[in-house]
Design a protein. Structure first.
Length: 294
C-alpha cells in the first residue's frame, strides 16, 4: 500500500498495536454482486468489505508504518479508548435517543469518558451482518438508492444548522471536520471497518484535482470505483474488533467506513458522539496495562 498525506493513521504506539493483534485485521473491498443487491438488499455498486484476514506477529512492521507522527492532523487519525459504561451520561444519551422527537446528528452535548461531543444517535446491529448501516431516506447523499436496504461502506456528510459536522470542502476538511466517537455498548462485540487509503481526500484529488470546494459523497465514490476497478483492488481496510466498553474515534467524513458483526453471534448497540476531538496517543503504561486515550 502506498502511504501519502491522505492515508488514515493509527493514533497509538507500535507497542500498543503489538498487544492487540488479535483484535485487528486487514481486508479489501468489492462492489456488490447481483446476489448482494438482489437478495441481500445492498445498493447497486455498494462498497462491501471482503472477509478480514487476521494479523500475525510478523505483521507488526506493516502496522508500524501506519502509526501517526506528531504532525499528523486529527482529521487523519483513528484513535482508541475504553469508556466507563456504568456512567450517568450513557443512560442520559440512551434516554434522549429513544425519544420520538429525537433528530439524529442534532442531539445534546454530553461528556463520555474524556470526551465531550454532540449526540449523533444509537446504532443497532444484528448478529452476523456484513455491514450495519441501513438506508435513511432523509439523508441526501444516500437518496439515489433509497429503495435498497443496506448502504455498504460510505462517507458521512452531516452538517447541522450551526455548522457542525463533516460536510466541508477539500481545502479545509482536515482542520474543520468533526470526528466521531463510537462506543460499543454490547452485549456482543462489534467491528469497525475503515478504509486506510480510499479517503474522501484521495477521491477529491483524483476526480476533481485542484478543486478545493469539492465535497465527495458516497454515490460519487461508487461511480468512481465502478469506472476504475484498479482502485477497488488497491483499497486496504483495517478492521477493529470492539468489545463492550471499547471505543474508537475516527474521521467519518474522510474515511470510508462501516460497522460489521460478521462472525459475531450477539447483537450490538453503539453510542455515537461527534466533536472536534483532539489527538491523544494510546500506549502501554509502565505496569503493562493499557492506557488508552484518544
Amino acid at each position: 500500500m502506498v502511504l501519502d498525506d491522505r492515508t488514515i493513521r493509527l493514533d497509538c504506539t507500535p507497542e500498543w498495536l503489538s498487544s492487540r493483534l488479535g483484535r485487528l485485521s486487514f481486508c479489501g473491498i468489492h462492489l456488490a454482486t447481483g446476489y448482494e443487491t438482489d437478495v441481500l438488499g445492498y445498493a447497486c455498486d455498494a462498497v462491501i468489505p471482503n472477509v478480514p484476514k487476521s494479523l500475525l506477529a510478523g505483521d507488526v512492521a506493516l502496522l508500524e508504518r501506519l502509526v501517526a507522527t506528531d504532525d499528523t492532523p486529527p482529521g487523519l487519525c483513528l484513535g482508541f479508548d475504553r469508556i466507563p459504561l456504568p456512567d450517568a451520561s450513557v443512560k442520559a444519551m440512551l434516554d434522549e435517543a429513544s425519544r420520538q422527537d429525537f433528530q439524529p446528528n442534532h442531539g445534546g452535548r454530553y461528556q463520555l469518558g474524556r470526551l465531550e461531543g454532540r449526540l449523533i444517535g444509537v446504532l443497532e446491529a444484528h448478529a452476523g451482518s456484513m455491514t450495519t448501516t441501513s438506508f435513511d431516506p432523509n439523508i441526501r447523499q444516500y437518496s439515489d438508492h433509497s429503495a435498497a436496504r443496506w448502504v455498504g461502506m460510505h462517507y458521512d456528510n452531516a452538517l447541522t444548522g450551526s455548522r457542525e459536522g463533516e460536510r466541508f470542502p477539500r481545502s479545509v476538511r482536515l482542520e474543520s471536520a468533526e470526528r466521531r466517537c463510537l462506543c460499543n455498548l454490547g452485549p456482543g462485540d462489534r467491528i469497525l471497518i475503515l478504509g486506510l487509503n480510499m479517503t474522501a481526500l484521495h477521491l477529491s484529488d483524483t476526480v476533481r484535482p485542484g478543486d478545493g470546494d469539492h465535497v465527495p459523497d458516497t454515490p460519487q465514490l461508487r461511480r468512481f470505483l465502478r469506472a476504475h476497478p484498479e482502485e477497488v483492488r488497491r483499497t486496504v481496510c483495517i478492521a477493529v474488533r470492539l468489545t463492550p466498553g471499547d471505543a474508537v474515534v475516527f474521521p467519518a467524513g474522510i474515511a470510508l467506513h462501516d460497522g460489521s458483526t460478521r462472525g459475531i453471534e450477539a447483537r450490538s448497540r453503539a453510542l455515537v458522539l461527534a466533536g472536534r476531538f483532539p489527538r491523544r496517543r494510546s500506549d502501554i503504561s509502565p505496569l503493562g496495562r493499557s492506557s488508552c486515550s484518544l
